[in-house]
Design a protein around this ligand. Sequence first.
Ligand code: KIV
Ligand code: ZN
Length: 561
Amino acid sequence: MPQAIPRKYLPFPPVALTDRQWPNRVLSAPPMWMSTDLRDGNQSLFEPMNVERKMRLFRTLCEIGFKEIEVAFPSASQTDFDFVRALIEEGHIPGDVTIEVLTQAREHLIRRTMDSLRGARRAIVHVYNATSRPFRENVFGMSKAEVVDMAVNAVRLIRALADERPETEWVLEYSPETFTATELDFALEVCDAVTAAWGATPEDKVILNLPTTVEMATPNVYADQIEWMHRHLAHRDSVILSIHPHNDRGTAVAAAELALMAGAERVEGCLFGNGERTGNVDLVTLALNMHTQGIDPGLDFSDINAIARTCEHCTQLPIHPRHPYVGDLVFTAFSGSHQDAIRKGFAAHKADEPWAVPYLPIDPADVGRSYDSVIRVNSQSGKGGVAYLMETEYGVAMPRRLQVEFSGEVQALADARGGEMTAADLWQLFSRTYLEDRGSMRYVEHHLFEHGSAQGIRIHLELDGVLHLVSGEGNGPIDAAVHALQAIGVALQVRSYEERSMAASGNARACAFIEVAQAGRGGERYGVGIDANIVTASIKALVSGYNRLSGRAGGAAVEAA
Ligand code: KIV
Ligand code: ZN
């Protein structure tokens, strides 16, 4: 009999909140944003940023619109200390931006931290200590009362040092680190004690930041914890309730969204989810999620690619190609049915109507991405993507049945070759398949003439290397050409004919599409001709169709061989 294994992981205990309000709330305004890219994000890098990289990212964060930026952990690194000094002494901080720095709740570290801020116009001092039982008992060896004292003593020291420097406008932020693993009534006790020690008022609020230092439960549990604190804080009107989700379970964005519904009003995180382990909450995703729900996040991601490249340079970390909103592939559809729906959605979209293009939760233009990359083609793709690229890139608007026919050629080549087909690959295949003189018949020239009410034509062409001059009459040039070809034993039946201008591609030529059948050969084939003269384009299309029917024109089989 297998032995019972002791349970290694225990389910997270529920919060005693039977009348929770957050599930009924709807977000309608953005939170206060705080970027910790230069602190939490920085401390998680293989190689923390140097001053030059920090400065570059700081500028980008200001341009995006962050008004609060945690710039350093000055007592932990000389580079960070120097960076804070450079920001202040060299005047890099815009008037509407407040810098923030982190410190542990220890006297010498607090003194060093306050030194780094000398001369700042306004500063947030962020002090933290862990509060959960494993930390109290195993790391600090402290009772609950001693942990409260640690926090309160740190806050009193910050207050005393701040009072010595009235030239700076001081704001206190306190984080009970490991909040989500802390008994809620104890987290409340510490937070209330800190609020009182700072002397917070509705005019001079304290920021209480409640982190999921390690994400350990489903997002609704975090929301419950935040609502519970929101409803129980002794001086709620003197508090800015802040959240700091990490992404260990991959649900930081959801946790942040629910926590905001539960009463939080400020969010700390990083661009593209950088940060310790699996990262801090991704502020870009959070903000653009709001944007797509009609809430102006107050952050500017209208050139998201430029921001992504700056982040990659500064952090030396690549952004995943499927990262929401920014990844290289997120505005790309490979599957044929998706491509078809997107193409139709774009065609139907009107600028003044709500966005409803299938498979695209956001208009790529809103984040500075172009439509060009929306449709990509591989062996999974259908006619929609192929048709879209041929039309947008080369001005060839294919009739529907030609789309079907040509996508078969595309898939055969994509299967044989593997990988993605670019627009240029498609054009090359299209040319080989329909346009180039690769079959047994080759158009040379033609002359039109009139014979009574009939249209006459004389055509020079080569068949199997032999030059022929044939002539015929009909009710139009194509009909006449079909009759002319009969003179050399070519009996074609025209099933459909369309011509389209290629002017949209900046190319004032005509494209003729002729679907032909031939007695004795099963099925139909399309022929395509392109020329400045529409009759020439039509006869070339007829010749192309004949070559396709004869199975001797170029195409996927030729390419793959
Ligand atoms: O994740 C965390 O708990 C922190 C605190 C310092 C806020 O980064
Ligand atoms: Zn953190």
